[in-house]
Design a binder for this molecule. Structure first.
Ligand SMILES: [Zn+2]
Ligand SMILES: [Zn+2]
Length: 288
């Protein structure tokens, strides 16, 4: 299985500027892809990073996509109107998204994707998309299995702490016969408690990807906003006995220089633990 980060930024796309360079860690909002099995492709969230991904997949002639959404905040949806394959006949898109206890009737992501891609916000409305798009909902604690020939991917979800709700996902698959897993926990304010739902979900995972948007200094003024810090992520990773931790969902005000310093300090602080830590970079691939 191969993971790729197409977008690592939280809240809003943050193009590199002289004041806040973002070239190294990336300025696009959340989007990841997982190549699995012989042909499987799972796209997780549709932040602005999805635009570049869509161009690459169009060039490669890919016609089939499975999406997994964590929640409906705009930084996780806004790339979809710019997802080139959706405009093409013969493309098939399956979309899995959370059924959150707080949600109104109807599929939250289906409603949200239609709303953002309609007048007066966008000229080419959702119904004009040529791809065949099928929506499904996932309940926390329910399991989903995707099949690609003899290969399968097992997806489990748990609700995490974020205003309006959000799901974290554990994805288990195999690589050359070996079981491999990762957990994607964006837009979560970790508790660091051993019994947290995230720590339970992530038990002994190969890789925890976690929202560490704020510095330790910023966090006290942003409690309750639904995001974490690298140290809170590390506590979850330790509770879960995860092997690796990658921090993502960077704050739009955080420059490459600040993130480099944060990552250096974070690596030093994690040396005494058994968790390998790093910050995500847009364009980075991770073999699992
Ligand atoms: Zn977000
Ligand atoms: Zn959010």
């Amino acid at each position: 299985m191969k993971l790729r980060f197409w977008g690592t930024r939280g809240s809003v796309p943050s193009p590199s500027t002289a004041e806040v360079p973002t070239q190294e860690f990336g300025g696009d909002t959340t989007c990841l892809s997982l190549d699995w099995g012989s042909h499987g492709l799972l796209v997780i969230d549709a932040g602005s990073g999805l635009r570049q991904a869509g161009l690459a997949w169009t060039k490669a002639g890919r016609k089939s996509f499975t999406f997994l959404f964590t929640h409906s905040h705009w930084d996780h949806l806004q790339g979809f109107p710019f997802f080139a394959p959706a405009f093409h006949e013969g493309v098939h898109i399956e979309i899995y998204s959370p059924r959150l206890p707080s949600a109104h009737a109807g599929n939250l992501i289906e409603r949200s994707l239609h709303a953002q891609q309609s007048e007066p916000f966008f000229p080419a409305g959702f119904p004009q998309l040529r791809a065949k798009i099928v929506f499904h909902e996932i309940q926390p604690h329910h399991e989903l299995t995707l099949q690609d020939g003899a290969d399968s991917l097992r997806i489990q979800a748990t609700a995490v702490s974020h205003p309006g709700g959000c799901l974290a996902y554990r994805i288990d698959g195999s690589n050359d016969g070996k079981n491999r897993s990762f957990v994607f926990a964006t837009d979560n304010e970790p508790t660091g408690e051993q019994s947290s739902p995230l720590a339970q979900l992530a038990q002994k995972t190969d890789l925890l990807i976690c929202d560490g948007q704020y510095t330790e200094e910023e966090y006290p003024n942003r409690r309750g906003w639904g995001h974490g810090t690298p140290q809170l992520c590390l506590r979850e990773a330790i509770s879960a006995q995860a092997h690796r931790l990658i921090v993502t969902h960077f704050d739009p005000t955080h420059s490459d220089a600040l993130l480099t310093k944060m990552e250096e300090d974070f690596k030093k602080s994690a040396q005494a633990t058994s968790v390998q830590v790093a910050f995500a970079r847009q364009g980075q691939t991770v073999d699992l």
